[in-house]
Design a protein around this ligand. Structure first.
Ligand code: SF4
Ligand code: SF4
Length: 326
C-alpha cells in the first residue's frame, strides 16, 4: 500500500548512530503503514513497518527499509530534468545524480530540500521523482493515528509491528505495544529472530503472537551460525505464553534445501511450535533498487518452481505441521 501521510510530520532527520538515538528519544521511525493486511498475523491486521534491519538479504523486497536513516529514493522515470534539485543542497550535493554520493558518503542531512523543491514529487515527499520515505513520531502520536482503524479490526485482528526489524527500535516499539495492549488490542511482532535475547524479553509480556523468520538468509559464511542464533531465540520465545508462527520465504537453493527443511521441522517439533507460513518472493522490486542506486538482485534465480513449492508444503504437512501459504 502507498505510504500514509496523514500524520503530516516533517521527514525524519535522525543522526545515523543506530537505534540508541531513537531509544532515548522514544520515537519511532517508520516507512509504511498497511491499514488492512491479511498476511501479517492472525486475522486482519494494521501493520506498521519500522525503519532499519539487521540483514541485507539478496532477495529483499524493501531494500529502503534497511537503513537506520531514511534513504532518498530517486525514481528516474518520473524526473522532468528541470534541474531544480541541483543547487538547493546545503551540503553541495548535486541533486538526483548525487544519490550514490548521498548514500555511500553519508553526506546527506536528510533535510529534504531537494525533495520539496522537486515539481515531480508529492508536497510531503512521500511519492514522486525524489522521495524521503521515512517518518518519525512518538508512540503516542502513532497510536492516535492508528486507533480508528484498530477499532475497526478489534474483533477480527489487531496491530502488527513489522519492518525492517521492528525491535531494533526497542523503547518505541515497547511503548506502542503497551498502548495497544492496555486498550485491549491483539498484538503481533515480526522478527528475523536474530536480535539479542534481551530485546525479546523486554517486550515478552506485551506480544500475543510472534511471526518468527526461521530460515537461512545469506548463503555462505556464517549462515549456519545465524540459523543457530535463531534457534536459541525460538527456544526462548516458545517458553512465553504467546503464539509463535514460523515464517519462511521460499528461496530456491537457499531455504528450500533438504538440510534446511529438516533443521526447521526438527527445531519446531522440539519447541512445540507447529505453525508455519510459507512466503512467496515478490519479483517486482527492481524499481526500489534502481531508486537507491543499487544493483537489482537476480530475482528470477531465487524463485522456486511451483513443483518445488508444492514439495515443501507436502514435506511440512507430512511432518505434522500446520502449513499456510499465499
Ligand atoms: S536531502 Fe538535503 S542534504 Fe540530502 S541531498 Fe537533498 S538537499 Fe542535500
Ligand atoms: S527537481 Fe525533480 S524533476 Fe527536477 S531534475 Fe530534480 S528530480 Fe528531476
Amino acid at each position: 500500500m502507498p505510504f500514509d501521510s496523514r500524520l503530516g510530520k516533517a521527514p525524519v532527520q535522525v543522526p545515523g548512530r543506530g537505534d540508541g538515538v531513537t531509544d532515548r528519544q522514544c520515537t519511532i521511525r517508520y516507512f509504511d503503514i498497511d491499514w488492512l493486511s491479511r498476511h501479517d498475523g492472525p486475522g486482519t491486521r494494521v501493520v506498521l513497518f519500522l525503519q532499519g534491519c539487521v540483514l541485507a538479504c539478496p532477495w529483499c523486497h524493501s531494500p529502503h527499509s534497511r537503513f537506520v536513516r531514511s534513504p532518498i529514493l530517486f525514481f528516474e522515470n518520473r524526473c522532468l530534468s528541470c534541474g531544480r534539485c541541483a543547487g538547493v543542497c546545503p551540503e553541495g550535493l548535486r541533486g538526483p545524480d548525487a544519490r550514490e554520493e548521498r548514500e555511500v558518503g553519508d553526506l546527506c542531512r536528510r533535510c529534504g530540500a531537494c525533495v520539496f523543491v522537486c515539481p515531480a514529487s508529492r508536497p510531503d515527499g512521500t511519492a514522486g521523482a525524489l522521495v524521503l520515505p521515512t517518518r518519525e513520531a512518538t508512540p503516542e502520536e502513532l497510536f492516535a493515528l492508528l486507533l480508528p482503524q484498530l477499532e475497526l479490526v478489534r474483533s477480527i485482528g489487531g496491530l502488527t509491528l513489522s519492518g525492517g526489524e521492528a525491535l531494533l527500535q526497542g523503547a518505541g516499539a515497547a511503548r506502542l505495544l503497551e498502548l495497544a495492549r492496555s486498550a485491549g488490542f491483539h498484538t503481533a511482532v515480526e522478527t528475523s529472530g536474530l536480535l539479542p535475547r534481551e530485546r525479546y524479553a523486554a517486550v515478552g509480556g506485551l506480544v500475543d503472537c510472534w511471526l518468527f523468520g526461521l530460515r537461512s538468509d545469506i548463503p555462505g559464511a556464517g549462515a549456519r551460525e545465524r540459523f543457530g542464533a535463531r534457534a536459541e531465540n525460538l527456544r526462548f520465545l516458545a517458553t512465553l505464553p504467546a503464539r509463535v508462527i514460523i515464517r519462511k520465504p521460499l528461496v530456491a537453493g537457499v531455504t528450500d534445501t533438504l538440510e534446511e527443511l529438516e533443521a526447521t521441522i526438527d527445531l519446531m517439533t522440539e519447541c512445540g511450535v507447529l505453525e508455519i507460513d510459507l512466503l512467496p518472493l515478490n519479483p517486482h522490486t527492481g524499481h526500489y533498487y534502481r531508486a537507491l542506486g543499487l544493483e537489482c538482485p537476480p530475482m528470477a534465480e531465487f524463485i522456486p518452481t511451483s513443483d518445488a513449492v508444492a514439495a515443501v508444503r507436502v514435506f511440512f504437512d507430512e511432518g505434522g505441521l500446520t502449513v499456510t501459504s499465499r
